[in-house]
Ligand binder design. Structure first.
Ligand SMILES: [Zn+2]
Length: 459
Protein backbone atom coordinates (compact mmCIF):
# COMPACT_ATOMS: atom_id res chain seq x y z
CA UNK A 1 0.00 0.00 0.00
CA UNK A 2 2.79 2.30 1.03
CA UNK A 3 4.76 1.38 -2.11
CA UNK A 4 1.69 1.98 -4.28
CA UNK A 5 1.04 5.41 -2.88
CA UNK A 6 4.75 6.22 -3.18
CA UNK A 7 4.68 5.18 -6.86
CA UNK A 8 1.53 7.19 -7.36
CA UNK A 9 3.16 10.25 -5.86
CA UNK A 10 6.13 9.81 -8.19
CA UNK A 11 3.76 9.50 -11.16
CA UNK A 12 1.88 12.64 -10.13
CA UNK A 13 5.16 14.50 -9.68
CA UNK A 14 6.30 13.38 -13.15
CA UNK A 15 3.08 14.57 -14.76
CA UNK A 16 3.26 17.83 -12.82
CA UNK A 17 6.91 18.17 -13.84
CA UNK A 18 6.09 17.60 -17.53
CA UNK A 19 3.39 20.24 -17.33
CA UNK A 20 5.77 22.72 -15.70
CA UNK A 21 8.04 22.04 -18.68
CA UNK A 22 5.18 22.61 -21.14
CA UNK A 23 4.23 25.88 -19.49
CA UNK A 24 7.87 27.03 -19.56
CA UNK A 25 8.18 26.12 -23.27
CA UNK A 26 5.01 28.00 -24.07
CA UNK A 27 6.01 31.07 -22.09
CA UNK A 28 9.56 31.24 -23.42
CA UNK A 29 9.03 30.32 -27.05
CA UNK A 30 5.51 31.30 -27.97
CA UNK A 31 4.19 34.25 -25.97
CA UNK A 32 5.51 36.72 -28.54
CA UNK A 33 4.21 34.85 -31.61
CA UNK A 34 0.83 34.22 -29.99
CA UNK A 35 0.43 37.89 -29.17
CA UNK A 36 1.36 38.84 -32.73
CA UNK A 37 -1.28 36.44 -34.07
CA UNK A 38 -3.94 37.71 -31.66
CA UNK A 39 -3.16 41.37 -32.37
CA UNK A 40 -3.25 40.80 -36.13
CA UNK A 41 -6.48 38.78 -35.95
CA UNK A 42 -8.18 41.53 -33.96
CA UNK A 43 -7.44 44.20 -36.56
CA UNK A 44 -7.31 42.39 -39.91
CA UNK A 45 -10.75 41.95 -41.45
CA UNK A 46 -9.77 39.97 -44.55
CA UNK A 47 -11.32 36.83 -43.03
CA UNK A 48 -14.52 38.67 -42.11
CA UNK A 49 -14.74 40.11 -45.63
CA UNK A 50 -14.36 36.63 -47.12
CA UNK A 51 -17.20 35.41 -44.91
CA UNK A 52 -19.36 38.31 -46.04
CA UNK A 53 -18.68 37.44 -49.69
CA UNK A 54 -19.49 33.77 -49.11
CA UNK A 55 -22.78 34.68 -47.42
CA UNK A 56 -24.05 37.50 -49.63
CA UNK A 57 -22.58 36.65 -53.01
CA UNK A 58 -22.67 32.84 -52.98
CA UNK A 59 -25.27 32.16 -50.31
CA UNK A 60 -26.38 28.82 -48.95
CA UNK A 61 -24.61 25.74 -50.30
CA UNK A 62 -26.29 22.39 -50.00
CA UNK A 63 -24.48 19.36 -51.46
CA UNK A 64 -25.26 19.05 -55.15
CA UNK A 65 -26.19 22.72 -55.56
CA UNK A 66 -24.46 24.99 -58.11
CA UNK A 67 -23.73 27.37 -55.20
CA UNK A 68 -21.57 24.76 -53.44
CA UNK A 69 -19.54 24.25 -56.61
CA UNK A 70 -19.13 28.00 -56.98
CA UNK A 71 -17.98 28.10 -53.34
CA UNK A 72 -15.45 25.30 -54.01
CA UNK A 73 -13.87 27.23 -56.91
CA UNK A 74 -13.91 30.54 -55.06
CA UNK A 75 -12.41 28.95 -51.91
CA UNK A 76 -9.49 27.47 -53.86
CA UNK A 77 -8.85 30.89 -55.43
CA UNK A 78 -9.00 32.57 -52.00
CA UNK A 79 -6.51 30.05 -50.55
CA UNK A 80 -4.14 30.81 -53.41
CA UNK A 81 -4.63 34.56 -52.93
CA UNK A 82 -3.86 34.15 -49.20
CA UNK A 83 -0.49 32.66 -50.15
CA UNK A 84 -1.14 29.06 -49.14
CA UNK A 85 0.87 26.33 -50.90
CA UNK A 86 -0.29 23.12 -52.57
CA UNK A 87 -3.83 24.43 -53.04
CA UNK A 88 -5.91 21.61 -54.46
CA UNK A 89 -9.30 19.95 -54.43
CA UNK A 90 -10.09 16.36 -53.50
CA UNK A 91 -13.02 15.00 -55.56
CA UNK A 92 -16.02 13.86 -53.51
CA UNK A 93 -19.27 12.35 -54.83
CA UNK A 94 -22.10 13.85 -52.80
CA UNK A 95 -25.78 13.03 -52.43
CA UNK A 96 -28.01 15.59 -54.12
CA UNK A 97 -31.22 16.12 -52.18
CA UNK A 98 -33.63 18.75 -53.43
CA UNK A 99 -36.32 20.25 -51.19
CA UNK A 100 -38.85 21.14 -53.87
CA UNK A 101 -42.12 22.92 -53.16
CA UNK A 102 -43.50 22.22 -49.70
CA UNK A 103 -46.21 23.39 -47.34
CA UNK A 104 -48.22 22.34 -44.34
CA UNK A 105 -51.52 23.66 -43.15
CA UNK A 106 -53.95 22.94 -40.42
CA UNK A 107 -57.41 22.14 -41.81
CA UNK A 108 -59.22 21.41 -38.53
CA UNK A 109 -60.22 22.85 -36.13
CA UNK A 110 -59.15 25.99 -38.02
CA UNK A 111 -57.71 26.72 -41.44
CA UNK A 112 -54.16 28.04 -40.75
CA UNK A 113 -50.77 27.73 -42.42
CA UNK A 114 -47.99 26.07 -40.38
CA UNK A 115 -44.42 27.36 -40.40
CA UNK A 116 -42.48 24.37 -41.69
CA UNK A 117 -39.30 23.16 -43.36
CA UNK A 118 -39.00 19.66 -44.75
CA UNK A 119 -36.25 17.60 -43.15
CA UNK A 120 -33.17 16.92 -45.23
CA UNK A 121 -33.15 13.49 -46.96
CA UNK A 122 -36.94 13.27 -46.56
CA UNK A 123 -39.05 11.64 -49.22
CA UNK A 124 -41.99 13.42 -50.85
CA UNK A 125 -45.65 13.05 -50.11
CA UNK A 126 -47.71 11.46 -52.86
CA UNK A 127 -48.89 14.01 -55.45
CA UNK A 128 -51.62 16.13 -53.92
CA UNK A 129 -50.21 15.65 -50.40
CA UNK A 130 -51.31 13.83 -47.28
CA UNK A 131 -54.29 14.84 -45.17
CA UNK A 132 -54.53 13.10 -41.83
CA UNK A 133 -55.30 13.52 -38.16
CA UNK A 134 -52.37 14.43 -35.89
CA UNK A 135 -51.34 12.41 -32.87
CA UNK A 136 -48.96 14.28 -30.55
CA UNK A 137 -46.31 12.53 -28.46
CA UNK A 138 -43.61 13.93 -26.16
CA UNK A 139 -41.28 10.94 -26.23
CA UNK A 140 -40.51 7.68 -28.02
CA UNK A 141 -41.90 5.94 -24.96
CA UNK A 142 -45.26 7.56 -25.48
CA UNK A 143 -45.13 6.60 -29.16
CA UNK A 144 -44.51 2.93 -28.34
CA UNK A 145 -47.30 2.93 -25.76
CA UNK A 146 -49.85 4.24 -28.26
CA UNK A 147 -48.84 1.51 -30.68
CA UNK A 148 -50.14 0.71 -34.13
CA UNK A 149 -53.83 0.80 -33.14
CA UNK A 150 -53.66 4.53 -32.39
CA UNK A 151 -51.06 5.54 -34.99
CA UNK A 152 -52.02 3.77 -38.21
CA UNK A 153 -52.79 6.30 -40.94
CA UNK A 154 -51.96 9.26 -38.67
CA UNK A 155 -49.43 12.08 -38.79
CA UNK A 156 -47.26 11.89 -35.68
CA UNK A 157 -46.13 15.17 -34.11
CA UNK A 158 -43.08 14.94 -31.84
CA UNK A 159 -43.46 17.87 -29.46
CA UNK A 160 -40.25 17.41 -27.51
CA UNK A 161 -38.72 20.42 -25.73
CA UNK A 162 -34.98 20.99 -26.23
CA UNK A 163 -32.70 19.55 -23.57
CA UNK A 164 -29.33 19.07 -25.29
CA UNK A 165 -28.80 18.95 -29.03
CA UNK A 166 -27.52 15.37 -29.02
CA UNK A 167 -30.53 14.19 -27.03
CA UNK A 168 -33.31 16.15 -28.75
CA UNK A 169 -32.00 15.68 -32.29
CA UNK A 170 -32.86 11.96 -32.12
CA UNK A 171 -36.52 12.86 -32.76
CA UNK A 172 -35.53 14.68 -35.94
CA UNK A 173 -33.09 12.03 -37.15
CA UNK A 174 -34.91 8.78 -36.33
CA UNK A 175 -38.48 9.86 -35.55
CA UNK A 176 -39.83 9.20 -39.05
CA UNK A 177 -38.79 5.55 -39.18
CA UNK A 178 -39.93 4.87 -35.63
CA UNK A 179 -43.38 6.29 -36.39
CA UNK A 180 -43.56 4.54 -39.79
CA UNK A 181 -42.85 1.26 -38.01
CA UNK A 182 -46.15 1.73 -36.18
CA UNK A 183 -48.15 2.71 -39.26
CA UNK A 184 -47.89 6.53 -39.27
CA UNK A 185 -48.00 8.21 -42.71
CA UNK A 186 -45.86 11.30 -41.96
CA UNK A 187 -44.11 13.04 -39.06
CA UNK A 188 -43.89 16.62 -37.89
CA UNK A 189 -41.06 17.44 -35.51
CA UNK A 190 -40.87 20.39 -33.14
CA UNK A 191 -37.79 22.34 -34.25
CA UNK A 192 -34.64 21.40 -32.35
CA UNK A 193 -33.94 24.67 -30.56
CA UNK A 194 -34.29 26.05 -27.04
CA UNK A 195 -35.82 29.37 -28.23
CA UNK A 196 -38.00 30.26 -31.15
CA UNK A 197 -39.37 33.20 -33.08
CA UNK A 198 -41.59 30.90 -35.10
CA UNK A 199 -38.73 29.93 -37.34
CA UNK A 200 -38.56 26.27 -38.38
CA UNK A 201 -35.17 24.48 -38.17
CA UNK A 202 -34.32 21.87 -40.79
CA UNK A 203 -31.63 19.16 -40.50
CA UNK A 204 -31.22 15.64 -41.73
CA UNK A 205 -33.29 12.59 -40.99
CA UNK A 206 -32.18 9.07 -41.76
CA UNK A 207 -34.44 6.18 -42.60
CA UNK A 208 -34.05 2.67 -41.24
CA UNK A 209 -33.62 -0.03 -43.87
CA UNK A 210 -36.93 -1.84 -43.43
CA UNK A 211 -39.74 0.63 -42.58
CA UNK A 212 -41.64 2.75 -45.12
CA UNK A 213 -39.84 6.02 -45.88
CA UNK A 214 -42.54 8.44 -44.77
CA UNK A 215 -42.04 12.21 -45.22
CA UNK A 216 -40.83 14.32 -42.30
CA UNK A 217 -40.93 18.06 -41.68
CA UNK A 218 -39.92 20.40 -38.89
CA UNK A 219 -42.51 22.90 -37.67
CA UNK A 220 -41.87 25.92 -35.49
CA UNK A 221 -41.86 25.45 -31.74
CA UNK A 222 -44.91 27.72 -31.48
CA UNK A 223 -46.89 25.62 -33.95
CA UNK A 224 -45.92 22.38 -32.17
CA UNK A 225 -47.06 23.76 -28.82
CA UNK A 226 -50.29 24.99 -30.38
CA UNK A 227 -51.20 21.65 -31.95
CA UNK A 228 -50.22 19.83 -28.75
CA UNK A 229 -52.52 22.08 -26.69
CA UNK A 230 -55.42 21.22 -28.99
CA UNK A 231 -54.82 17.46 -29.10
CA UNK A 232 -54.21 17.30 -25.34
CA UNK A 233 -57.60 18.85 -24.71
CA UNK A 234 -59.29 16.36 -27.00
CA UNK A 235 -59.74 18.65 -30.02
CA UNK A 236 -59.04 16.67 -33.21
CA UNK A 237 -56.42 18.33 -35.41
CA UNK A 238 -56.22 17.60 -39.11
CA UNK A 239 -53.19 18.67 -41.16
CA UNK A 240 -52.48 18.72 -44.89
CA UNK A 241 -48.80 18.17 -45.76
CA UNK A 242 -47.37 18.52 -49.22
CA UNK A 243 -43.70 17.94 -50.06
CA UNK A 244 -41.90 17.37 -53.36
CA UNK A 245 -38.52 16.49 -51.79
CA UNK A 246 -36.41 14.01 -53.73
CA UNK A 247 -32.90 12.84 -54.51
CA UNK A 248 -31.28 13.47 -57.87
CA UNK A 249 -28.25 11.60 -59.17
CA UNK A 250 -25.14 11.99 -56.98
CA UNK A 251 -23.15 15.08 -57.83
CA UNK A 252 -19.46 15.88 -58.22
CA UNK A 253 -18.07 18.06 -55.48
CA UNK A 254 -14.74 18.49 -53.71
CA UNK A 255 -12.97 19.22 -50.46
CA UNK A 256 -10.68 22.23 -50.81
CA UNK A 257 -7.27 22.40 -49.17
CA UNK A 258 -4.14 24.48 -49.01
CA UNK A 259 -1.27 24.65 -46.56
CA UNK A 260 1.66 26.33 -44.96
CA UNK A 261 4.32 23.73 -45.54
CA UNK A 262 6.28 22.82 -42.43
CA UNK A 263 9.80 24.26 -42.34
CA UNK A 264 11.37 21.23 -40.58
CA UNK A 265 8.94 18.30 -40.71
CA UNK A 266 6.77 19.00 -43.75
CA UNK A 267 5.08 15.58 -43.76
CA UNK A 268 3.82 16.01 -40.20
CA UNK A 269 0.48 17.79 -40.31
CA UNK A 270 -1.88 19.81 -38.16
CA UNK A 271 -5.14 19.94 -40.11
CA UNK A 272 -7.61 22.77 -39.41
CA UNK A 273 -10.96 23.55 -41.00
CA UNK A 274 -14.72 23.41 -41.08
CA UNK A 275 -17.42 22.46 -43.56
CA UNK A 276 -18.12 24.45 -46.69
CA UNK A 277 -21.58 23.03 -47.37
CA UNK A 278 -24.67 24.26 -45.53
CA UNK A 279 -28.41 23.68 -45.53
CA UNK A 280 -30.42 25.20 -48.37
CA UNK A 281 -31.82 27.97 -46.17
CA UNK A 282 -30.27 31.14 -44.75
CA UNK A 283 -26.62 31.68 -45.73
CA UNK A 284 -24.77 29.10 -43.63
CA UNK A 285 -23.07 31.97 -41.84
CA UNK A 286 -22.58 30.45 -38.38
CA UNK A 287 -22.96 26.90 -39.74
CA UNK A 288 -20.33 26.74 -40.98
CA UNK A 289 -19.12 29.66 -43.09
CA UNK A 290 -17.56 31.13 -39.95
CA UNK A 291 -15.64 27.91 -39.32
CA UNK A 292 -14.05 27.64 -42.77
CA UNK A 293 -13.23 31.34 -42.96
CA UNK A 294 -11.70 31.39 -39.46
CA UNK A 295 -9.46 28.44 -40.40
CA UNK A 296 -8.30 30.09 -43.63
CA UNK A 297 -7.91 33.39 -41.79
CA UNK A 298 -5.71 31.71 -39.16
CA UNK A 299 -3.30 30.28 -41.76
CA UNK A 300 -3.34 33.50 -43.79
CA UNK A 301 -2.19 35.44 -40.71
CA UNK A 302 0.75 33.08 -40.12
CA UNK A 303 1.77 33.65 -43.73
CA UNK A 304 1.34 37.40 -43.45
CA UNK A 305 3.37 37.60 -40.22
CA UNK A 306 6.16 35.42 -41.63
CA UNK A 307 5.59 32.68 -39.05
CA UNK A 308 6.83 29.36 -40.45
CA UNK A 309 5.77 26.46 -38.22
CA UNK A 310 8.05 23.41 -38.08
CA UNK A 311 5.19 21.13 -39.21
CA UNK A 312 2.62 21.69 -41.94
CA UNK A 313 -0.59 23.57 -41.10
CA UNK A 314 -3.16 22.34 -43.61
CA UNK A 315 -6.47 24.14 -44.08
CA UNK A 316 -9.30 21.89 -45.28
CA UNK A 317 -12.84 22.91 -46.24
CA UNK A 318 -14.85 19.68 -46.08
CA UNK A 319 -18.05 19.22 -48.06
CA UNK A 320 -21.28 17.33 -47.31
CA UNK A 321 -21.10 17.53 -43.51
CA UNK A 322 -24.82 18.24 -43.28
CA UNK A 323 -26.29 15.29 -45.13
CA UNK A 324 -23.75 12.57 -45.68
CA UNK A 325 -20.32 13.37 -44.16
CA UNK A 326 -18.64 12.26 -47.38
CA UNK A 327 -16.04 15.06 -47.30
CA UNK A 328 -14.47 13.94 -44.03
CA UNK A 329 -14.22 10.36 -45.28
CA UNK A 330 -12.76 11.50 -48.62
CA UNK A 331 -10.02 13.52 -46.92
CA UNK A 332 -8.96 10.59 -44.78
CA UNK A 333 -8.92 8.28 -47.81
CA UNK A 334 -6.87 10.84 -49.73
CA UNK A 335 -4.37 11.24 -46.85
CA UNK A 336 -3.88 7.45 -46.68
CA UNK A 337 -0.67 6.52 -44.86
CA UNK A 338 -0.08 10.16 -44.01
CA UNK A 339 -2.91 9.98 -41.43
CA UNK A 340 -0.39 8.43 -39.03
CA UNK A 341 1.63 11.67 -39.31
CA UNK A 342 -1.30 13.91 -38.43
CA UNK A 343 -0.36 15.52 -35.11
CA UNK A 344 -3.83 16.99 -34.54
CA UNK A 345 -7.10 17.81 -36.31
CA UNK A 346 -8.99 20.97 -35.39
CA UNK A 347 -12.52 21.69 -36.59
CA UNK A 348 -14.61 24.77 -35.89
CA UNK A 349 -18.30 23.90 -36.31
CA UNK A 350 -20.18 25.32 -33.36
CA UNK A 351 -20.89 28.78 -34.70
CA UNK A 352 -18.70 31.88 -34.73
CA UNK A 353 -19.71 33.29 -31.36
CA UNK A 354 -17.20 34.30 -28.70
CA UNK A 355 -14.73 31.41 -28.36
CA UNK A 356 -13.94 29.98 -24.92
CA UNK A 357 -11.36 27.38 -25.98
CA UNK A 358 -11.37 23.80 -27.22
CA UNK A 359 -12.97 20.43 -26.65
CA UNK A 360 -10.32 17.78 -27.06
CA UNK A 361 -10.59 14.07 -27.68
CA UNK A 362 -6.98 13.07 -27.07
CA UNK A 363 -7.45 9.39 -27.87
CA UNK A 364 -6.81 6.32 -25.82
CA UNK A 365 -5.23 2.90 -26.21
CA UNK A 366 -1.69 1.70 -26.66
CA UNK A 367 0.86 4.11 -28.09
CA UNK A 368 -1.36 7.15 -27.46
CA UNK A 369 -0.02 9.74 -25.08
CA UNK A 370 -3.42 11.23 -24.30
CA UNK A 371 -2.26 12.93 -21.11
CA UNK A 372 0.72 14.43 -22.92
CA UNK A 373 -1.47 15.89 -25.68
CA UNK A 374 -3.96 17.24 -23.17
CA UNK A 375 -1.24 18.90 -21.13
CA UNK A 376 0.25 20.53 -24.23
CA UNK A 377 -3.18 21.79 -25.26
CA UNK A 378 -3.76 23.26 -21.81
CA UNK A 379 -0.35 24.94 -21.93
CA UNK A 380 -0.99 26.37 -25.42
CA UNK A 381 -4.46 27.41 -24.31
CA UNK A 382 -2.87 29.62 -21.64
CA UNK A 383 -1.63 31.86 -24.50
CA UNK A 384 -5.29 32.66 -25.24
CA UNK A 385 -6.09 33.85 -21.74
CA UNK A 386 -6.02 37.51 -22.77
CA UNK A 387 -9.07 36.89 -24.99
CA UNK A 388 -10.59 34.44 -22.48
CA UNK A 389 -10.34 31.49 -24.87
CA UNK A 390 -8.01 29.37 -22.75
CA UNK A 391 -10.35 26.58 -21.63
CA UNK A 392 -9.54 22.98 -22.70
CA UNK A 393 -12.18 20.39 -21.86
CA UNK A 394 -12.91 16.78 -22.77
CA UNK A 395 -14.63 16.45 -26.14
CA UNK A 396 -15.97 13.88 -28.56
CA UNK A 397 -14.62 15.27 -31.84
CA UNK A 398 -16.52 16.80 -34.76
CA UNK A 399 -18.16 15.18 -37.79
CA UNK A 400 -15.55 15.94 -40.47
CA UNK A 401 -12.55 15.01 -38.34
CA UNK A 402 -14.20 11.91 -36.85
CA UNK A 403 -12.55 9.61 -39.46
CA UNK A 404 -9.12 10.99 -38.45
CA UNK A 405 -10.02 10.79 -34.76
CA UNK A 406 -11.09 7.16 -35.17
CA UNK A 407 -7.69 6.50 -36.71
CA UNK A 408 -6.03 7.87 -33.58
CA UNK A 409 -5.49 11.56 -34.41
CA UNK A 410 -6.16 13.89 -31.44
CA UNK A 411 -9.33 15.84 -32.30
CA UNK A 412 -9.98 19.44 -31.25
CA UNK A 413 -13.29 21.26 -31.61
CA UNK A 414 -13.33 25.02 -31.13
CA UNK A 415 -15.86 25.77 -28.42
CA UNK A 416 -17.82 29.01 -28.11
CA UNK A 417 -20.22 30.44 -25.54
CA UNK A 418 -23.10 29.09 -27.70
CA UNK A 419 -25.59 31.55 -26.33
CA UNK A 420 -27.32 32.08 -29.67
CA UNK A 421 -26.09 29.32 -31.97
CA UNK A 422 -29.14 27.07 -31.59
CA UNK A 423 -31.42 30.03 -32.36
CA UNK A 424 -29.97 30.33 -35.89
CA UNK A 425 -28.90 26.74 -36.55
CA UNK A 426 -30.35 25.33 -39.83
CA UNK A 427 -32.79 28.22 -40.30
CA UNK A 428 -33.46 31.06 -42.73
CA UNK A 429 -31.97 33.31 -40.02
CA UNK A 430 -28.42 31.92 -40.19
CA UNK A 431 -27.19 34.97 -42.07
CA UNK A 432 -24.12 37.22 -42.02
CA UNK A 433 -25.79 39.96 -39.96
CA UNK A 434 -25.78 37.48 -37.01
CA UNK A 435 -21.97 37.37 -37.03
CA UNK A 436 -20.53 39.71 -34.38
CA UNK A 437 -17.24 40.92 -35.95
CA UNK A 438 -15.33 41.14 -32.66
CA UNK A 439 -16.31 37.57 -31.75
CA UNK A 440 -15.44 36.23 -35.19
CA UNK A 441 -12.00 37.90 -35.00
CA UNK A 442 -11.44 36.12 -31.68
CA UNK A 443 -12.30 32.81 -33.37
CA UNK A 444 -9.61 33.49 -35.99
CA UNK A 445 -7.10 34.27 -33.22
CA UNK A 446 -8.01 31.13 -31.29
CA UNK A 447 -7.66 28.87 -34.33
CA UNK A 448 -4.37 30.55 -35.26
CA UNK A 449 -2.65 30.26 -31.87
CA UNK A 450 -3.63 26.65 -31.18
CA UNK A 451 -2.75 25.38 -34.66
CA UNK A 452 0.49 27.35 -35.00
CA UNK A 453 1.93 26.30 -31.65
CA UNK A 454 0.85 22.64 -32.04
CA UNK A 455 2.55 22.62 -35.44
CA UNK A 456 5.70 24.29 -34.19
CA UNK A 457 6.11 22.44 -30.87
CA UNK A 458 9.74 21.28 -30.41
CA UNK A 459 10.33 17.54 -30.83
ZN1 LIG B 1 -22.11 22.54 -39.07
Amino acid sequence: MLLRSALLSVAILMVAGAQTGNMATVAARYTGDANKLIDAAMKDDTALNRLEYLCYRIGNRLSGSPALEEAVKWSAAEMTRAGLSNVRTIPVKVPHWVRGAESAEMLEPAHKPLFMLGLGNSSATAAGGITAEVVTVSSFNELEQLGRAKLEGKIVLYDVPFTTYSETVLYRSSGASRAAHLGAVAVLVRSVTPRSLRDPHTGSLSYGATDPKIPGAAISVEDAIWIHRLTASGVPVKVHLEMQAHFQAEADSADVMGEITGSKYPDEVVVIGGHLDSWDVGQGAHDDGGGVMAALGAAALMKQLGLHPARTVRVVFWVNEENGARGGAAYKAWAGDQVAKHIAAIEMDGGAEKPVGFDLFAGSGPGRDAAGIRNKAVAIGSLLKRIEADSVTEGKGETDIAPLMNAGVPAFGLRTVMTKYWDYHHTQADTFDKIVPEEFRQCVATMAVMSYVLADWPK
